[in-house]
Write a protein that binds this ligand. Structure first.
Ligand code: ZN
Length: 276
């Protein structure tokens, strides 16, 4: 009996995040220009989605509206990438600051649906605020990336979807191996995926050394995956990675495992994201 035929693999690149700096990996892009250039390389290597954060001139996390706008404009000009702006911000700010870039109408924005303890402290996501963000994304036609650090977050995402606050098909991203949160274990990922309704799409984020095995699991299980320096600075033991290298490795793995990789345009169709 042949194995199940899975849909094409959608690769997300997360090139910088909010924590690492150039001191950790000199390949980390931190300015709008660097993120656009790196985004082009990731797109050419096979990524369909580009998830990014803003930084200030000292590389510290920022919610600078102009920064988001500049990167979005540059990526739209040079690529067909689905652009995903992060709403994640660990320092308490007014909720409108975290969602302000929604009116730029990026293709997607991240939506953490539950709170979690991250290595440097709590990452609070009040359920009232989460509904507010989801409502704003619906209003502006932005697709959420439902970030799940825990099984309970999957249930929270399903509840939002059932309430009509998330359009079809919902896109769940399982975040595994963040220190203090759920570690990466194949059985945890399998259990999370088994918890999802059949008609949703999912992806996995394996942090640190879990990136390679979690990615491979997702390819085999028919899910999708995210790679990049936000989650993992290394290509192999002590060898620092570039974002495009990490994307290229997923493409090679998928090829060996006989899973086709979606182009950005194919991913747009699969995710029901309008052309922009
Ligand atoms: Zn992020």
């Amino acid at each position: 009996m042949p194995p199940p035929k899975h849909p094409k693999l959608i690769i997300t690149a997360a090139p910088l995040g909010s924590v690492p700096t150039k001191a950790d990996n000199p390949h980390l892009p931190v300015t709008p220009e660097e993120i656009i250039e790196d985004g082009i390389r990731c797109w050419e290597a096979g990524a369909s989605i580009l998830h990014f954060h803003a930084r200030d001139k000292d590389q510290k996390p920022s919610l600078d509206y102009g920064f988001f706008a500049k990167v979005l404009e540059g990526l739209r000009k040079h690529t067909r990438l689905i652009v995903q702006i992060s709403t994640g911000f660990r320092t308490p700010v007014h909720r409108d600051d975290r969602i302000r870039a929604v009116d730029l109408r990026p293709d997607m924005m991240s939506l953490s649906v539950g709170s979690v303890n991250l290595p440097r402290g709590p990452y609070p996501n009040d359920p009232v605020d989460v509904e507010y963000y989801a409502g704003k994304m619906i209003e502006y036609g932005v697709k959420p990336e439902i970030e799940c650090f825990d099984l309970s977050h999957i249930h929270a995402g399903i509840a939002l979807w059932k309430k009509g606050l998330i359009k079809d098909p919902p896109w769940f991203d399982m975040v595994l191996n963040v220190k203090n949160a759920l570690p990466y274990q194949p059985r945890h990922l399998i259990h999370m995926v088994d918890t999802l309704p059949a008609d949703v799409m999912w992806s996995v984020i394996g942090v640190g050394p879990a990136q390679l095995p979690a990615t491979t699991m997702a390819i085999v299980m028919g899910g999708n995956c995210r790679v990049g320096l936000e989650d993992n600075l290394f290509y192999s033991y002590k060898q620092l990675a570039t974002n495009a290298q990490l994307v290229a490795r997923v493409v090679r793995l998928a090829h060996e495992l006989q899973r086709e990789v979606a182009t950005a345009d194919e991913a747009r169709k699969m995710l029901h994201i309008e052309n922009s």
